[in-house]
Design a protein. Structure first.
Length: 454
């Protein structure tokens, strides 16, 4: 048995070469699958419900995917719709899908699988002790389920169920990236270890290529191995580039958890077939004793105004480790003074991030204390309202530009601001609020599937 799989790109909306996609269609895949999101870029999409990529970019890619799948009369599976996989993201993708169908006179059975979780369901499982923390996980209480937008990351089971009921296009909420590619091979009785490993390798499109980017990959899945090839004739795959992708987004490249088990790659063998194709064998899949669904949640952290500046004075740069704690105390006192004790400084977060001096890794920087001739300064002010954040940012910007330097006598300008005014409103900001798994009674209970004829 051989199963042919087309992965057009790493995330719908990122794009792909039309020639690569058409080359994949010519190979007559059994299905097309594509991821549409993740939490890689932070909590904003999950907290706000707004997709990361533009509607125009998503529609461009989806147009080709729908036409290709209908041309071959094969399933199209898209997961984590709208970046976050929230219900609003699925609805957004349905809107684009039906718009394309009208424009191209396409007809198919559409399944939507929604993954957003009701607070009452989560409270019930929490009281039962069936919500368990991952590392690192924040402390949670029942109030967090009310404050947060929370999705469950589905496995293959809801997708398989939709396909078994005749779905030709599946638009799913938050889903394991690999589940999108593993569902149909598992339905067809393919080797589970090879299936899940091939799914892991191609879920990001051509990210495993020598020149990684947004483009297409193709897999031929056999009983004892699979062959993966890049569809861009100018790109390459090597055993190293393919094997390296097993580590991507995983803390352990040999044991990769999924809702229903663990993918084990310790005994995998990677062999070059050509400059563009690699053969892989040896993957195993160990079923889990307890089925779990990962929860992802984000809540409103406040409203933010930022200030961007730069410092090119070695004396000031050397003094920053002393000046910034001093400034923090000054701002706390200033908040109490200006707002006459009506605003608790603890509800306002003022942070300096010094780029060029441990700004990226912070306390984890292995080269701490080493810096060059200039640094960039990012100041963030997060408060309960946008109005408060901006009011506070005005005196933060003013005071920060005149930090007291013992080596200099009199007033100096310590930070250069590239914008006037320097205060930039960012609006609402979000933080991750949950990093846990839930133990459901069955793999389907947390997800809601609906069908419609398009």
């Amino acid at each position: 048995m051989v199963i042919r799989i087309l992965s057009p790109t790493g995330v719908i909306g990122a794009g792909f070469k039309v020639a690569s996609f058409e080359r994949g269609i010519a190979l007559k895949p059994h299905f097309i699958a594509c991821d549409a999101g993740s939490t890689d870029s932070g909590p904003a999409a999950l907290g706000s419900g707004k997709p990361k990529l533009s509607r125009e970019a998503v529609k461009r890619d989806l147009h080709y995917l729908l036409l290709g799948s209908r041309q071959l009369e094969i399933p199209l599976i898209i997961g984590s719709c709208g970046t976050s996989g929230r219900d609003v993201g699925v609805d957004w993708m349905v809107e684009i899908t039906t718009e394309i169908a009208r424009e191209e006179n396409l007809h198919f059975k559409l399944a939507t699988i929604k993954a957003e979780q009701a607070p009452e369901y989560l409270k019930k499982r929490y009281r039962e002790g069936r919500i368990k923390p991952l590392f690192p996980a924040p402390a949670i209480d029942e109030g967090m389920f009310e404050r947060s937008h929370i999705v469950g990351m589905m496995g293959i089971e809801p997708i398989v169920a939709a396909l078994e009921k005749g779905a030709q296009v599946v638009l799913a909420g938050r889903a394991s990236d690999t589940s999108l590619f593993a569902a149909i091979p598992c339905m067809m009785g393919a080797h589970h270890g090879l299936t899940w490993h091939a799914a892991k390798i191609i879920e990001c499109g051509a990210a495993c290529a020598v020149n990684p980017g947004a483009d297409s990959l193709f897999v031929h899945l056999y009983d004892d191995h699979y062959d993966v090839e890049t569809l861009d004739l100018e790109n390459q795959l090597t055993p190293q580039s393919v094997a390296a992708h097993t580590l991507y987004e995983n803390s352990d490249p040999f044991f990769i958890p999924e809702p229903s088990g663990v993918l084990c790659t310790e005994n995998c063998v990677y062999t070059a077939l050509s400059e563009r194709a690699v053969r892989v064998s040896g993957a195993e899949y160990r079923p889990a004793k307890t089925y779990t669904i990962k929860l992802e949640g984000a809540e409103l952290a406040g409203y933010q105004t930022i200030i961007i500046g730069g410092i090119r004075d070695a004396v000031i740069i050397r003094r920053l480790p002393e000046l910034l704690p001093f400034a923090q105390k000054y701002f706390n006192a200033k908040i109490l003074d200006i707002f006459q004790g009506k605003l608790d400084p603890a509800t306002v977060d003022i942070r300096y991030r010094i780029y060029g001096m441990d700004g990226v890794l912070g306390e984890f920087e292995p080269l701490a204390g080493q810096f060059g001739h200039e640094v960039g300064v990012l100041i963030t002010i997060t408060a309960p309202t946008q109005e408060l954040a901006t009011k506070i940012s005005t005196f933060v910007a003013h005071a920060s530009s005149h930090l007291p330097i013992p080596e200099y006598h009199g007033l100096i300008s310590s930070i250069a601001y590239p914008f006037s005014p320097p205060e930039i409103e960012r609006g609402p900001v979000y933080r991750f609020s949950i990093n846990h798994v839930v133990e459901p009674d069955d793999p389907h209970e947390m997800f809601r599937t609906a069908f419609q004829e398009v």
